[in-house]
Design a protein around this ligand. Structure first.
Ligand code: SAM
Length: 266
């Protein structure tokens, strides 16, 4: 899976990004679903930063299992959250994960965007749920990213290339829009969509690093190695964008939806 190749390479930086995530900031709409005593699976949990917040809410009568197929994220999370007794982190790919215990709730934040077979992932998740169980998927519509004011032309060109690279690799750039239809297709009911956009404005804490994410993406060697962009142009993209973030950027909105669905009683 392409997404993972890049994450592996960007190991340390990505570990830090995922460690800084929280339920409150990065999966805020999920809170209304969480109940004490729930058994929860967090698929593609990264380092488990969001999983550990979920574990606090479900309490000692409940538990959270987080799985991720990037070993270093799981190793880092096991160390950071070793004192949280009702959280278990496992290095596993979703498609090979088996569990005798079924789940009340399965969550997957920012994961299906990387999969070439998101429908098969939903079928797999359905099999891991208890009857009446619920899934909650948080994901992006990369086609609707908004910058204000417009960033340098070089970044806009790069962003189009990035979306093409993803599309060519079989990833869905607007998975957030397509999730509700996919869930219905595989047999979930009571499918609901919640707007979970992320809005960053100058003056916000972490504004530069949040908006600066696109120079990190432009820094990925893979897009150059696969012949999508010349290295020299990529360096220009990064330089001009960093300058824009420092001096001109006012806001950026990443478009996300949380999409929930329920499994039938039997
Ligand atoms: C963008 S990160 C999101 C991490 C976390 N859920 C969050 O929102 O901060 C996507 C994660 O999904 C994991 N992942 C991707 N494909 C996976 C698969 N097939 N099985 C398990 N984990 C996967 C990656 O290793 C990565 O940690």
């Amino acid at each position: 899976m392409k997404g993972n190749k890049y994450i592996e390479r960007e190991g340390k930086a990505a570990t830090k990004i995922y460690d800084n995530r929280s339920l409150e900031k990065d999966f805020r709409t999920l809170k209304s679903v969480l109940k004490e005593g729930m058994i929860v699976l967090d698929v593609g949990c990264g380092t488990g930063a969001i999983s550990k917040d979920v574990a606090k809410i479900v309490g000692d009568n409940g538990k959270v299992i987080g799985i991720d197929n990037t070993k270093k994220f799981i190793e880092s999370g096991k160390e950071s959250y070793k004192k949280i007794n009702n959280l278990k982190l496992i290095h596993s790919d979703l498609f090979s994960f088996e569990s005798e215990e079924k789940f009340d709730l399965i969550i997957a934040a920012r994961v299906l965007q990387w999969l070439t077979h998101p429908k098969e992932a939903l079928i797999k998740l359905k099999g891991l749920l208890k009857p009446n169980g619920q899934i909650s998927i948080l994901d992006y519509n990369h086609e609707k990213l908004e910058w204000h004011p417009s960033p340098p032309k070089s970044m806009k060109t790069f962003y189009d290339i990035f979306l093409k690279w993803r599309k060519d690799a079989g990833m869905n750039n607007k998975i957030a829009e397509d999730l509700s239809a996919l869930m219905t297709e595989v047999g979930f009911h009571s499918v609901e969509v919640f707007n979970s956009n992320e809005y960053y404005e100058r003056g916000d804490e972490n504004f530069q690093s949040k908006v600066g994410i696109w120079s990190k993406v432009a820094g990925l060697n893979q897009i150059v190695e696969e012949g999508y962009i010349e290295n020299e142009y990529r360096l220009q993209v990064i330089k001009e964008y960093d300058e824009w973030v420092k001096k001109e950027a006012i806001s950026m909105t990443m478009k996300l939806n949380e999409v929930r669905g329920k499994k039938l009683k039997k």
